[in-house]
Design a protein around this ligand. Structure first.
Ligand code: B16
Ligand code: MG
Length: 219
């Protein structure tokens, strides 16, 4: 029986991808590195240090680990400053309605994000009260596609993976949730999240009614 839901943040609850893009772009420009939306797409759901390694490798750049950490910190400073612009109007369409619905029906809810800035984002959205557990980049050391972040969420909700539905928009996040033994809702195109158990184009379609219909033997 499904008793809980675990949500990814960027691309599921809100769209911070554009702010990540602008911050990485500013950093890349300062280094004279190539960076465009195609490379940015490879960073979806990927941790900060894995992201900078992808950008560095794309540019065949030689950078020490210490310098790489410095650059990632610089990008994060730019990104965190831009989070001030997020308001409670910035939920992805359908996300707030779904969270409200789940609360009203008594489901347990956790966050399962790769971001180390999830609390800032959730506070800006005024979304903290929807979550019983916050699992993010500060909670575990192995990032997606390792299942650790979702296992952390389930454990702290006192549920088994097979009692939880995970919502994810990234390929690595879908891989992580499958590896952990969760039921999975993919948000986005087939090429990206087609390996989820159920897929919707956007959060607007991924309502509780649709998920209950898709997994009807589990509710
Ligand atoms: P931070 P999610 C991910 O969020 C983003 O999609 C990804 O682009 C970002 O690099 C990662 O968080 C880490 O974020 O730099 O804030 O720690 O989709 O896992 O909620
Ligand atoms: Mg995501």
């Amino acid at each position: 029986m499904i008793k809980g839901f675990i949500f990814d943040l960027d691309g599921v609850i809100t769209d911070t991808a554009e702010l990540h893009y602008l911050a990485w772009k500013a950093l890349a420009n300062s280094m004279d590195w190539a960076f465009d939306r195609e490379i940015n797409e490879k960073l979806r759901g990927v941790s900060r240090m894995d992201s900078i390694n992808i950008i560095k490798n794309h540019n065949n750049a030689e950078v020490s680990q210490e310098k790489l950490l410095q650059l990632a910190t610089l990008k994060n400073d730019i990104y965190v400053e831009s989070l001030e612009n997020i308001t409670p109007n910035d939920y992805l369409p359908g996300a707030k309605e779904l969270l409200t619905h789940l609360k009203n029906e008594g489901f347990k809810v956790a966050l399962g994000s790769a971001s180390k800035n999830s609390s800032i984002v959730l506070n800006q959205l005024e979304a903290m009260s929807y979550f019983d557990v916050i699992g993010d980049g500060n909670s575990v050391s192995k990032s997606k596609p390792a299942p650790d972040i979702f296992l952390y969420g389930a454990e702290n909700l006192h549920l088994k993976p097979e009692e939880c539905v995970v919502y994810e928009d990234a390929e690595s996040g879908v891989d992580a949730a499958i590896a952990g033994g969760f039921y999975l809702v993919g948000i986005g195109p087939k090429e990206r999240v087609g390996h989820a158990h159920v897929r919707f184009d956007s959060m607007l379609e991924a309502t509780l009614f649709e998920v209950k219909t898709a997994f009807k033997q589990l509710f």
